[in-house]
Design a protein around this ligand. Structure first.
Ligand SMILES: Nc1nc2c(c(=O)[nH]1)N=C(CO)CN2
Length: 157
């Protein structure tokens, strides 16, 4: 079983309810085990306009290869009506494969570790809640979070 981390985000509809249901859907993927869901965070959209996002991170273990896990995540996105009209368009549900074991994958539609996760507070904060000691290539989570101090995020509960 390979440990993997998935970023969840939504900024349309009842985003919190969507993330909770999507996490339950991820937990039910055959070959996925032991899902843990972080607390939820609200933040203004980074690099785009539109309503605030709600974000979370799920930690899991999987027997699936990274590409098959990605395909399952995309299938779940589609169930929530995700369309891709343009880059960074508002979305009912966005699922990003952030980390897959220690693997580095660089393919046109799958780059792991996620290339922007180290500079996004809305990923780093929930990831640190689940895995405080984790280090990324760019540094420890507390170090990276300090570098994102300009990004206001609010923890929900
Ligand atoms: N706060 C926040 N901003 C974003 C997000 C997101 O999930 N949260 N996702 C984006 C596209 O991946 C673009 N901007």
């Amino acid at each position: 079983m390979t440990p993997a981390y998935v970023g969840l985000g939504a900024n349309l509809g009842d985003a919190g309810a969507t993330l909770r249901r999507a996490a339950a859907d991820i937990a039910r993927i055959p070959g996925v085990d032991g899902l843990r869901l972080s607390p939820f965070y609200r933040s203004a959209p980074v690099d785009s306009g539109g309503p605030d996002y709600v974000n979370a991170v799920a930690a899991l273990r999987t027997a699936l290869p990274a590409r098959e896990l990605l395909r399952e995540l995309q299938r779940i996105e589609l169930q929530y009506g995700r369309t891709r009209p343009y880059r960074n368009a508002p979305r009912t549900l966005d699922l990003d494969l952030l980390l897959y074991g220690n693997e580095r994958i660089e393919e046109p539609d799958l780059v792991v570790p996620h290339p922007r996760m180290h500079e996004r507070a809305f990923v780093l904060a929930p990831l640190a809640d689940l895995e405080p000691g984790l280090r990324l290539a760019q540094g420890s989570l507390p170090e990276l979070l300090r570098q994102c101090a300009g990004q206001a995020i609010e923890r929900l509960d």
